[in-house]
Ligand binder design. Sequence first.
Ligand code: GDP
Length: 177
Amino acid sequence: SGFVAIVGRPNVGKSTLLNRILGQKVSITSRKPQTTRHRILGIDTEENRQTVYVDTPGLHIDEKRAINRLMNRAASSSLKDIDVDAVVFVVDGTRWTEDDDMVLNKLRDIKCPIYLAVNKTDAIKDKAEELMPHLQVLAEKFNFAEIIPISATKGTNVEMLRGICSKQLQEGDFYFP
Ligand code: GDP
């Protein structure tokens, strides 16, 4: 099976997206207090492959506190430990914050492709103009594999994103039929 990490600051819609992707399928979600380890959010079994979605709870953002710095470091190294095949970096299309940049910076050394999922497109309206230049800069800086506008609540492009993730696994070394 392959691993897809869903990454993003709190409230961008990661859980909503995961619920959409996994639908009625069995999913393992834990509401344990955040630990330095990634959480397994769910396993998506389709056809011949399994996609394991993980969250990165340690990306604590506020680095002013030493404990958070430690957790952040542990989180980015745990991403490397499990050798993720793809990262879906989720942002809230209606609200970009410095925390988004901070989380993204944690992904610098990740070797796998990063897909930028711009969520809440249903609520963007006039904010799109504000967002686009920012995305452009990011795209150049981080070389995203793809930028995908989604709406986790409405389901817009979620199936496409899911397809992209599983295709990534199929083509990667981690595909075991
Ligand atoms: P997480 O902390 O990243 O897991 O974010 P959640 O999945 O808990 O979502 C945070 C909030 O954003 C919730 O109130 C969701 O209903 C809302 N939300 C998530 N996805 C969307 C979306 O596509 N559109 C809109 N308008 N709201 C969304």
